[in-house]
Ligand binder design. Sequence first.
Ligand code: ZN
Length: 286
Amino acid sequence: MKADSSLASVVIYSPNNSGKRVYPLTRISVHCVVGQCIAYSAGMIFANPDFEASSNYGIGKDGSIGQYVPEAYRSWCTSSYDNDNRAITIEVASDIDAPYKVTDAAYKALIKLLVDICRRNDKKKLLWFGDKDQSLSYSPKPDELVMTVHRWFANKSCPGDYLYNLHGTIAAEVTKQLTGSAASVSAAAAAAAAPASSSSARKETASLSAVDHAESGYTISTKQAMAVQILLNAYGYKGKDGKALTVDGAFGVNTEYAVVQYQKKNKVPSDGIVGPVTWNLLLGSN
Ligand SMILES: [Zn+2]
Protein backbone atom coordinates (compact mmCIF):
# COMPACT_ATOMS: atom_id res chain seq x y z
CA MET A 1 0.00 0.00 0.00
CA LYS A 2 1.25 3.47 -0.90
CA ALA A 3 1.96 5.96 1.87
CA ASP A 4 -0.37 8.93 2.25
CA SER A 5 2.61 11.22 2.70
CA SER A 6 5.44 11.36 0.19
CA LEU A 7 7.62 12.41 3.14
CA ALA A 8 7.39 8.91 4.62
CA SER A 9 10.60 7.05 3.80
CA VAL A 10 9.49 4.09 5.90
CA VAL A 11 6.12 2.46 5.28
CA ILE A 12 5.34 -0.42 7.62
CA TYR A 13 1.61 -0.87 8.00
CA SER A 14 0.42 -1.98 11.41
CA PRO A 15 -2.49 -4.36 11.93
CA ASN A 16 -3.15 -2.48 15.16
CA ASN A 17 -5.93 -0.19 13.96
CA SER A 18 -9.72 -0.07 13.86
CA GLY A 19 -10.12 0.52 10.13
CA LYS A 20 -11.76 3.69 8.82
CA ARG A 21 -12.24 6.44 11.38
CA VAL A 22 -15.87 6.92 12.40
CA TYR A 23 -15.57 10.72 12.77
CA PRO A 24 -14.14 13.24 10.30
CA LEU A 25 -10.50 14.22 10.73
CA THR A 26 -10.45 17.28 13.00
CA ARG A 27 -7.47 16.75 15.30
CA ILE A 28 -3.73 16.17 15.46
CA SER A 29 -2.10 14.44 18.44
CA VAL A 30 1.67 14.62 18.79
CA HIS A 31 3.28 12.10 21.17
CA CYS A 32 6.75 11.47 22.57
CA VAL A 33 8.22 7.98 22.15
CA VAL A 34 10.35 8.06 25.33
CA GLY A 35 13.27 6.63 23.44
CA GLN A 36 15.43 7.93 20.61
CA CYS A 37 14.01 5.64 17.96
CA ILE A 38 14.24 5.77 14.20
CA ALA A 39 11.07 5.49 12.12
CA TYR A 40 11.95 1.90 11.22
CA SER A 41 12.18 0.54 14.78
CA ALA A 42 8.88 2.07 15.87
CA GLY A 43 7.32 0.61 12.73
CA MET A 44 8.68 -2.85 13.50
CA ILE A 45 7.19 -2.73 17.00
CA PHE A 46 3.77 -1.53 15.81
CA ALA A 47 3.78 -4.16 13.04
CA ASN A 48 3.46 -6.89 15.65
CA PRO A 49 -0.22 -7.68 16.32
CA ASP A 50 0.54 -8.76 19.89
CA PHE A 51 1.75 -5.25 20.67
CA GLU A 52 -1.76 -3.83 20.27
CA ALA A 53 -0.69 -0.22 19.75
CA SER A 54 0.17 2.02 16.82
CA SER A 55 0.24 5.57 15.49
CA ASN A 56 -0.50 6.96 12.05
CA TYR A 57 3.05 8.31 11.76
CA GLY A 58 6.35 8.12 13.57
CA ILE A 59 9.33 10.47 13.43
CA GLY A 60 12.83 9.27 14.27
CA LYS A 61 15.69 11.07 15.99
CA ASP A 62 17.27 11.40 12.54
CA GLY A 63 14.17 13.05 11.09
CA SER A 64 13.10 9.83 9.37
CA ILE A 65 9.33 9.69 8.87
CA GLY A 66 7.39 6.43 8.99
CA GLN A 67 3.78 5.71 8.19
CA TYR A 68 2.16 2.86 10.12
CA VAL A 69 -1.58 3.43 9.83
CA PRO A 70 -3.36 5.09 6.86
CA GLU A 71 -4.58 8.61 7.60
CA ALA A 72 -8.17 7.55 7.02
CA TYR A 73 -7.87 4.86 9.70
CA ARG A 74 -8.10 5.02 13.48
CA SER A 75 -4.77 4.27 15.14
CA TRP A 76 -4.46 2.92 18.70
CA CYS A 77 -2.45 5.71 20.23
CA THR A 78 -4.14 8.17 22.57
CA SER A 79 -6.03 5.93 24.99
CA SER A 80 -9.24 7.51 23.70
CA TYR A 81 -11.85 6.20 21.26
CA ASP A 82 -13.20 9.71 20.71
CA ASN A 83 -9.80 11.25 20.08
CA ASP A 84 -8.17 8.55 17.96
CA ASN A 85 -11.22 8.46 15.70
CA ARG A 86 -10.74 12.19 15.05
CA ALA A 87 -6.96 12.53 15.12
CA ILE A 88 -3.94 11.78 13.02
CA THR A 89 -1.44 10.59 15.62
CA ILE A 90 2.31 11.15 15.40
CA GLU A 91 4.94 9.56 17.67
CA VAL A 92 8.14 11.61 17.89
CA ALA A 93 11.46 10.16 19.11
CA SER A 94 12.42 11.75 22.41
CA ASP A 95 14.77 11.47 25.35
CA ILE A 96 13.78 8.92 27.98
CA ASP A 97 13.77 11.52 30.78
CA ALA A 98 11.77 14.69 31.41
CA PRO A 99 11.29 17.04 29.64
CA TYR A 100 11.51 14.43 26.87
CA LYS A 101 13.47 16.61 24.49
CA VAL A 102 13.40 15.86 20.79
CA THR A 103 16.21 16.40 18.30
CA ASP A 104 16.23 19.34 15.94
CA ALA A 105 15.98 16.91 13.02
CA ALA A 106 12.85 15.35 14.53
CA TYR A 107 11.29 18.76 15.22
CA LYS A 108 11.91 19.96 11.66
CA ALA A 109 10.47 16.73 10.25
CA LEU A 110 7.40 17.15 12.47
CA ILE A 111 6.72 20.64 11.10
CA LYS A 112 7.16 19.40 7.52
CA LEU A 113 4.87 16.43 8.09
CA LEU A 114 2.17 18.57 9.72
CA VAL A 115 2.22 21.03 6.82
CA ASP A 116 1.99 18.11 4.39
CA ILE A 117 -0.91 16.50 6.27
CA CYS A 118 -2.80 19.79 6.36
CA ARG A 119 -2.23 20.52 2.64
CA ARG A 120 -3.42 17.10 1.48
CA ASN A 121 -6.46 17.22 3.75
CA ASP A 122 -7.47 20.76 2.75
CA LYS A 123 -6.66 22.25 6.15
CA LYS A 124 -5.42 25.82 6.38
CA LYS A 125 -5.08 26.24 10.12
CA LEU A 126 -3.57 24.24 12.96
CA LEU A 127 -4.97 25.39 16.30
CA TRP A 128 -3.60 25.01 19.83
CA PHE A 129 -5.77 26.19 22.73
CA GLY A 130 -3.65 24.77 25.52
CA ASP A 131 -6.79 23.78 27.39
CA LYS A 132 -8.53 20.43 27.35
CA ASP A 133 -12.15 21.55 27.75
CA GLN A 134 -11.81 24.34 25.22
CA SER A 135 -10.11 22.04 22.72
CA LEU A 136 -12.61 19.20 23.02
CA SER A 137 -15.71 21.40 22.95
CA TYR A 138 -14.54 23.48 19.98
CA SER A 139 -16.20 22.74 16.63
CA PRO A 140 -13.45 23.09 14.04
CA LYS A 141 -14.27 24.75 10.74
CA PRO A 142 -13.76 22.47 7.71
CA ASP A 143 -10.26 23.88 7.12
CA GLU A 144 -9.07 23.63 10.73
CA LEU A 145 -7.30 20.96 12.78
CA VAL A 146 -7.09 21.19 16.56
CA MET A 147 -4.06 19.88 18.47
CA THR A 148 -4.81 17.58 21.39
CA VAL A 149 -2.42 15.83 23.77
CA HIS A 150 -2.29 12.36 25.28
CA ARG A 151 -1.98 13.70 28.87
CA TRP A 152 -5.60 14.82 28.65
CA PHE A 153 -6.79 11.24 28.17
CA ALA A 154 -4.46 9.18 30.35
CA ASN A 155 -2.31 9.57 33.43
CA LYS A 156 0.78 10.38 31.39
CA SER A 157 3.00 13.37 30.73
CA CYS A 158 2.96 12.64 26.98
CA PRO A 159 3.95 14.49 24.79
CA GLY A 160 6.42 15.59 27.51
CA ASP A 161 6.90 19.19 28.59
CA TYR A 162 9.44 19.92 25.86
CA LEU A 163 6.98 19.28 23.02
CA TYR A 164 3.97 20.42 25.07
CA ASN A 165 5.53 23.84 25.57
CA LEU A 166 6.22 24.03 21.84
CA HIS A 167 2.63 23.30 20.79
CA GLY A 168 1.72 26.99 20.37
CA THR A 169 4.86 27.56 18.31
CA ILE A 170 4.20 24.45 16.21
CA ALA A 171 0.60 25.50 15.48
CA ALA A 172 1.69 29.02 14.53
CA GLU A 173 4.58 27.82 12.36
CA VAL A 174 2.48 25.26 10.47
CA THR A 175 -0.33 27.77 9.92
CA LYS A 176 2.19 30.34 8.70
CA GLN A 177 3.65 27.91 6.18
CA LEU A 178 0.16 26.95 4.99
CA THR A 179 -0.70 30.56 4.37
CA GLY A 180 2.38 31.16 2.28
CA SER A 181 5.21 32.72 4.21
CA ALA A 182 7.71 29.93 4.71
CA ALA A 183 10.20 30.31 7.51
CA SER A 184 11.67 27.58 9.60
CA VAL A 185 12.73 27.85 13.20
CA SER A 186 14.97 25.37 14.97
CA ALA A 187 13.56 23.44 17.90
CA ALA A 188 16.09 24.94 20.29
CA ALA A 189 15.26 28.50 19.24
CA ALA A 190 11.56 27.76 19.41
CA ALA A 191 11.90 26.17 22.85
CA ALA A 192 13.79 29.21 24.11
CA ALA A 193 11.06 31.50 22.83
CA ALA A 194 8.12 29.40 23.97
CA PRO A 195 6.39 30.22 27.22
CA ALA A 196 7.11 27.60 29.86
CA SER A 197 4.05 25.81 31.19
CA SER A 198 3.64 24.47 34.65
CA SER A 199 5.65 21.31 34.53
CA SER A 200 3.72 18.08 34.56
CA ALA A 201 4.49 16.15 37.71
CA ARG A 202 3.69 12.91 36.00
CA LYS A 203 6.58 10.71 35.02
CA GLU A 204 6.45 9.32 31.55
CA THR A 205 6.94 5.59 31.40
CA ALA A 206 10.47 4.71 30.41
CA SER A 207 9.47 2.94 27.27
CA LEU A 208 7.94 3.58 23.91
CA SER A 209 5.11 5.78 25.11
CA ALA A 210 2.84 3.80 22.89
CA VAL A 211 3.45 0.74 25.01
CA ASP A 212 0.67 1.64 27.34
CA HIS A 213 -1.48 3.24 24.69
CA ALA A 214 -3.28 0.04 23.93
CA GLU A 215 -6.56 -0.67 25.56
CA SER A 216 -5.28 -4.01 26.74
CA GLY A 217 -4.45 -5.78 29.94
CA TYR A 218 -0.69 -5.63 29.51
CA THR A 219 1.37 -3.87 32.10
CA ILE A 220 3.90 -1.31 30.92
CA SER A 221 6.92 -3.44 31.72
CA THR A 222 5.37 -6.33 29.84
CA LYS A 223 4.83 -4.14 26.80
CA GLN A 224 8.36 -2.82 26.94
CA ALA A 225 9.68 -6.37 27.12
CA MET A 226 7.53 -7.19 24.08
CA ALA A 227 9.12 -4.29 22.19
CA VAL A 228 12.55 -5.62 23.11
CA GLN A 229 11.64 -9.11 21.88
CA ILE A 230 10.19 -7.78 18.63
CA LEU A 231 13.31 -5.72 17.88
CA LEU A 232 15.77 -8.48 18.80
CA ASN A 233 13.87 -10.81 16.46
CA ALA A 234 13.92 -8.16 13.73
CA TYR A 235 17.69 -7.80 14.13
CA GLY A 236 18.18 -11.56 13.89
CA TYR A 237 19.06 -12.42 17.50
CA LYS A 238 18.11 -15.82 18.93
CA GLY A 239 17.29 -17.11 22.37
CA LYS A 240 19.38 -19.61 24.33
CA ASP A 241 17.32 -22.31 22.62
CA GLY A 242 18.55 -21.10 19.23
CA LYS A 243 15.08 -19.97 18.21
CA ALA A 244 13.47 -16.59 17.56
CA LEU A 245 12.09 -15.08 20.77
CA THR A 246 8.47 -15.62 21.66
CA VAL A 247 6.84 -12.19 21.85
CA ASP A 248 5.08 -12.62 25.16
CA GLY A 249 6.53 -9.81 27.26
CA ALA A 250 7.98 -12.31 29.71
CA PHE A 251 11.63 -11.45 30.32
CA GLY A 252 12.86 -15.03 30.59
CA VAL A 253 16.12 -16.86 30.00
CA ASN A 254 15.89 -16.73 26.19
CA THR A 255 15.21 -12.99 26.08
CA GLU A 256 18.00 -12.30 28.55
CA TYR A 257 20.38 -14.42 26.47
CA ALA A 258 19.50 -12.50 23.29
CA VAL A 259 19.94 -9.17 25.11
CA VAL A 260 23.42 -10.21 26.27
CA GLN A 261 24.37 -11.19 22.70
CA TYR A 262 23.05 -7.87 21.43
CA GLN A 263 24.99 -5.97 24.09
CA LYS A 264 28.20 -7.84 23.32
CA LYS A 265 27.83 -7.14 19.61
CA ASN A 266 27.26 -3.46 20.33
CA LYS A 267 30.05 -3.24 22.91
CA VAL A 268 27.98 -2.03 25.84
CA PRO A 269 28.01 -3.62 29.33
CA SER A 270 26.57 -7.09 28.82
CA ASP A 271 24.39 -7.43 31.89
CA GLY A 272 21.30 -8.68 30.11
CA ILE A 273 19.33 -5.73 31.48
CA VAL A 274 17.57 -3.30 29.16
CA GLY A 275 18.46 0.04 30.75
CA PRO A 276 18.52 3.46 29.05
CA VAL A 277 21.65 2.74 26.98
CA THR A 278 20.46 -0.58 25.59
CA TRP A 279 16.90 0.72 25.09
CA ASN A 280 18.04 3.70 23.02
CA LEU A 281 20.44 1.47 21.11
CA LEU A 282 17.67 -1.01 20.29
CA LEU A 283 15.36 1.79 19.14
CA GLY A 284 18.02 3.78 17.34
CA SER A 285 19.53 1.20 15.00
CA ASN A 286 18.44 -1.47 12.60
ZN1 ZN B 1 1.40 9.38 23.96
